[in-house]
Design a protein around this ligand. Structure first.
Ligand SMILES: [Zn+2]
Length: 157
């Protein structure tokens, strides 16, 4: 079984697209070294993790509004003790509230997690990566932001 490793995968590309998380400047990077590639991957993971944490917080607020709901999208496999909380496939009130946030709805449909464990893990990852040195990939345009890989490129690596 092979494990996806973006740090290895990015090395295969002679040129990679990059975008500044602060000003949105787009560029293409050639002549990169491993330090730069590692920084690009970590920078991308940091921004992905921040976006995921925002979704997890929205999930938390939504779940708190429906403490007794056993909707399948609320109680993931790990959260559900099937004998104590028989799963119902759909809780119409919960579903109606979820429809107001299409991005969250999509996220919950494609995720399986234990909310508090996942939130704690993502928070720890963000703290670690926030302390990392990103000077190798400072934005050439604004000189403030750091570059990261565009989402579609990163997920196709
Ligand atoms: Zn910039």
């Amino acid at each position: 079984m092979s494990v996806f490793n973006p740090r290895v995968a990015i090395r295969r590309h002679a040129e990679v697209p990059a975008v500044c998380e602060a000003c949105g400047h787009r560029t293409a990077l050639k002549n990169r070294d491993k330090e730069m590639d590692d920084a690009l991957v970590d920078s991308t993971v940091l921004d992905d993790s921040r976006a995921e944490l925002a979704l997890l917080h929205r999930a938390e607020r939504l779940f708190a509004r429906f403490p007794d709901s056993n909707d399948a999208l609320k109680v993931g496999r790990e959260q559900l003790h099937p004998k104590q909380h028989p799963r119902v496939s759909q809780d119409l009130e919960f579903q109606a509230a979820l429809q107001a946030d299409p991005e969250l709805s999509d996220f919950l449909r494609h995720s399986m997690f234990h909310l508090s464990t996942r939130s704690a893990g993502v928070t720890r990852l963000i703290e670690q990566l926030s302390q990392r040195d990103f000077s190798a990939i400072r934005c050439p345009n604004c000189d403030q932001g750091r570059l990261h890989l565009p989402e579609e490129f990163y997920h196709a690596l």
